[in-house]
Design a protein around this ligand. Structure first.
Ligand code: NDP
Length: 301
């Protein structure tokens, strides 16, 4: 089976390079031209003609899109680029998937919801993005659905990866440098490892390939919930108990209103994952196990 992976160097894309490799031959692209068995190709989502040409040249059975314009605050001012990358490029992938009778695997976000309430969002809840990034991701979802291609769209939240920087590593670093940290305590969500996002996509895809009725939108996050403040406190306690020399004495809870950003953030990022777990007979681990594993790798360096 031929699989085309776009966004190979992002948090999720990097993990997908590993996870997809057991399903078939993976042609993995980023935005830069690369030499492939199908010629020189680039997966630049802001260049829709070259994107279409790359998909056409590979003619895959599965397209996996891990690329996105993810700079949530910058998206407010760089609207055109965010729109092309998150919405119009998704449409090109979906049209090509439809033409090739291929599957399209795509990621979206809890930011399609308005973040009100305290109940986990289900796939059938009404959408109302609170920022432009969320609006472009929602449009991308809708364009994929409208194309009629076979698709799996995974909405997730608060993504971190072992590779590169992330919130947890930043908290440990700051805890070594400062006595006091102020962290937002009124946004609730679930930290989600890029490795889990990649592994679940592969497991789901494996089943969907034999059962096209499984196509659709799914919410995907580990079990449990936390706030950024509780997440930071957990990480700092973990680092301290593993011998890290930390200067921090107080981790203070603050309100979202005390930390203004160009893009609004939803307060309720909880996702109800029952549809995913039931459809694919999957177990989702608690969020702490993934965070702990990532921290152990980092602290043991
Ligand atoms: P990252 O920001 O880690 O990776 C995004 C990737 O997209 C980068 O490799 C980036 O490449 C690439 N990209 C951006 N613009 C273009 C372009 N024009 N052409 C080609 N590639 C481009 O994101 P994640 O791995 O965290 O996100 C994966 C998916 O999960 C996305 O769909 C995102 O919307 C979704 N998501 C992410 C959340 C999060 O907290 N991060 C939360 C909820 C959903 P480059 O490095 O060259 O810019």
């Amino acid at each position: 089976m031929k699989i085309l992976l776009l966004g190979k160097n992002g948090q999720v894309g990097w993990e997908l390079q590993r996870a997809l490799s057991v399903l078939g031959d993976v042609v993995a692209l980023d935005r830069h031209p690369a030499s492939t068995p199908y010629g020189e190709l680039k997966g630049d989502l802001s260049d829709l003609d070259s994107l279409r040409a790359a998909i056409s040249a590979v003619s895959p059975q599965v397209i996996v899109n891990a690329a996105a314009y993810t700079a949530v605050d910058k998206a407010e001012s760089e609207r055109e680029t965010a729109h092309i990358v998150n919405a119009l490029a998704s449409q090109v992938m979906a049209e090509e998937a439809k033409r090739l009778d291929a599957w399209l695997v795509h990621y979206s976000t809890d930011y399609v919801f308005d973040g009100t309430g305290t109940t986990p969002w289900s796939e059938t809840d009404s959408v109302a993005p609170v920022n432009y990034y969320g609006a472009t991701k929602l449009e991308g979802e809708r364009l994929i659905q409208a194309s009629g291609c076979k698709h799996l769209i995974f909405r997730t939240s608060w993504v971190y990866a072992a590779r590169g920087n992330n919130f947890a590593k930043t908290m440990v670093r700051l805890a070594k440098e400062r006595q006091t940290l102020n962290v937002i305590a009124d946004q609730v969500g679930v930290p989600t490892g890029a490795d889990l996002l990649a592994d679940v996509a592969v497991l789901a895809l494996q089943q969907a390939l034999h059962n096209p009725d499984l196509a659709g939108v799914y919410h995907l996050a580990p079990s449990g919930e936390t706030t950024w403040h509780a997440y930071a406190s957990y990480v700092i306690e973990f680092a301290r108990s593993h011998g890290e020399d930390l200067m921090v004495e107080a981790v203070n809870p603050i309100a979202t209103t005390e930390y203004p950003t160009p893009a609004s953030r939803p307060l309720n990022s909880r996702l109800d994952t029952a549809k995913l777990r039931n459809s694919f007979t999957l177990h989702l681990p608690d969020w702490q196990s993934g965070v702990t594993r990532m921290l152990m790798e980092d602290l043991n360096k």
